[in-house]
Design a protein. Structure first.
Length: 144
């Protein structure tokens, strides 16, 4: 129960941050990606505002054995770049650049995004359903 409450509060804070920063506006994100046109650098401040507290959180977590609520902390990820990370990052970046949304802002924009937001959400869910089969195929191709 407490864990769900904290998850709800964290998600609400994340959504509020997206709204306040304007990152649910697709033109903001596309403006960031338009480096040779009407470039909008505000996303850099949002990213910096996310990276700094996360760097502190990782330092605190490195000294702990369990999370604040008592569950085990996940192991550190493998520092090597695998094909799954590279392919996933490319697909995420292409989708973000084409649609101007990533999953967090897409969820936040559902209440005012109209049909475009709903279509993006449907495509995102379809991608999540298809991802395991695609991953198996990519793994087979990489090992061949």
């Amino acid at each position: 129960m407490v864990r769900n409450l904290f998850a709800f509060l964290a998600g609400g804070l994340f959504g509020a941050g997206l709204l306040v920063s304007g990152m649910v506006d697709t033109t903001k994100v596309q403006g960031w990606l338009d480096v040779f046109g009407n470039w909008d650098p505000t996303l850099a401040f949002v990213l910096g505002g996310a990276i700094l507290p996360m760097a502190i959180a990782w330092q605190v977590a490195a000294r702990r054995r369990t999370a604040v609520l008592g569950s085990a902390l996940p192991e550190k990820p493998d520092p090597r770049l695998g094909h799954n990370l590279v392919v996933g990052s490319l697909l995420f970046g292409m989708g973000w650049g084409l649609a101007g949304l990533c999953p967090g802002p897409a969820m936040a924009s559902l209440s005012f995004g109209g049909w475009g937001g709903l279509l993006f959400l449907a495509a995102m869910i379809a991608g999540m359903i298809a991802a395991p089969a695609v991953r198996v195929r990519v793994d087979r191709l990489a090992s061949a």
